[in-house]
Design a protein around this ligand. Structure first.
Ligand SMILES: C[S@@+](CC[C@H](N)C(=O)[O-])C[C@H]1O[C@@H](n2cnc3c(N)ncnc32)[C@H](O)[C@@H]1O
Length: 306
């Protein structure tokens, strides 16, 4: 049986890679079926292999993805957290040292699985931070909620109409469209008009690049998580989110005086995003962080001159 399954997988990847993936699938099943391979688990393994052979991302098949020390649930259509995001989130955790005595408030835009605020919350001392996490997708927020519970982090949904105390849970999940120009009024209504830290890994892929993406990414991951210009505006550079955000930061004074903004960016976007942060958002300073593969991956901006 294994030889057949390995042959099926090897049709779309190298034999050594197929062998590793088959091992991970078996291991995940052994956990699920208490270490024994039953006829039922063999059937499940066959299903997993045929899903993979059809191009489904391995993480969706295994159902989870490590993110730092966390093991997060992943499922379509919410974006699978990427290693470059994991890398800068761990770096960020070391750049700021919130304490229970002087806790920080954080805003995570485009939160998806919740990976960024959950990892920061996990790495920082208990009671030292709380976050409002926003996404336009209810699927994503439901997943972020499940992930917070899995990680033992207190979490609530912000309900339309009923007042929610933003401090009653470490993570508050808010369904909204951050491209709406007056979106920050929702934050003010929640009693959190400004933040010590704002993070975002927004959709940033230009349309011309999106159409050439691997079809499995486009088939399984929400296009709203990837496509930078949902309304085909901004000359197709993938920068709609950063432009809207820069204007909102300034107009609504979203960042506290000693605050910091951390934005993941795509290829060749860091110069323009730095310009937006300095000119439109009126930040005083910016820096660029590279990812482990040497690509300019994150724009950091500060309101104070340091
Ligand atoms: C690139 S994914 C990032 C997810 C997660 N933060 C991560 O790093 O894996 C972008 C997320 O932004 C959300 N999104 C897209 N457009 C949005 C909008 N206009 N308002 C709020 N969220 C949006 C998508 O649903 C998706 O979950």
């Amino acid at each position: 049986m294994y030889r057949n399954l390995l042959a099926t997988l090897s049709a779309s990847m190298s034999r050594s890679h197929a062998s590793r993936e088959l091992k991970w699938m078996r291991e995940s099943l052994c956990t699920e079926f208490n270490g024994t391979l039953t006829p039922e688990s063999v059937k499940t393994l066959e299903d997993m292999v045929s899903r993979r052979a059809r191009g489904e991302p391995l993480q969706y098949i295994l159902g989870s993805q490590p993110f730092g020390p966390l093991d997060l649930i992943v499922r379509p259509p919410t974006l699978i957290p990427r290693p470059e995001t994991e890398d800068w989130t761990i770096r960020l955790a070391g750049e700021i040292s919130p304490t229970k005595a002087s806790p920080i408030t954080m805003l995570d835009l485009c939160t998806g699985s919740g990976c960024i605020p959950l990892l920061l919350n996990y790495l920082w001392p208990s009671g030292s931070n709380h976050a409002i996490c926003v996404d336009v997708s209810q699927d994503a927020l439901n997943l972020a909620h499940e992930n917070a519970v899995r990680c033992g982090i207190s979490v609530e949904f912000a309900n339309e109409g009923s007042p929610t105390s933003t401090k009653s849970a470490s993570i508050l999940l808010l369904l909204d469209d951050v491209l709406r120009s007056n979106f920050p009024e929702r934050l003010a209504n929640l009693g959190e008009p400004s933040f010590d830290l704002i993070t975002a890994n927004p959709p940033y892929i230009p349309l011309a690049e999106y159409v050439n993406l691997n079809s499995t990414v486009k088939m399984y991951e929400d296009h709203r998580a990837l496509l930078g210009d949902p309304n085909h505006t901004c000359h197709g550079e993938g920068l709609s989110f950063y432009r809207a955000f820069a204007t909102q930061v300034r107009r609504y004074d979203l960042l506290k005086d000693c605050g910091m903004i951390v934005l993941e960016v795509g290829e060749n976007q860091s110069d323009e995003v730095q310009r937006l942060m300095l000119n439109d958002a009126k930040m005083q300073r910016t820096a660029v962080w590279r990812d482990p593969w040497g690509k300019e991956r994150v724009v950091v901006a500060w309101k104070s001159t340091g």
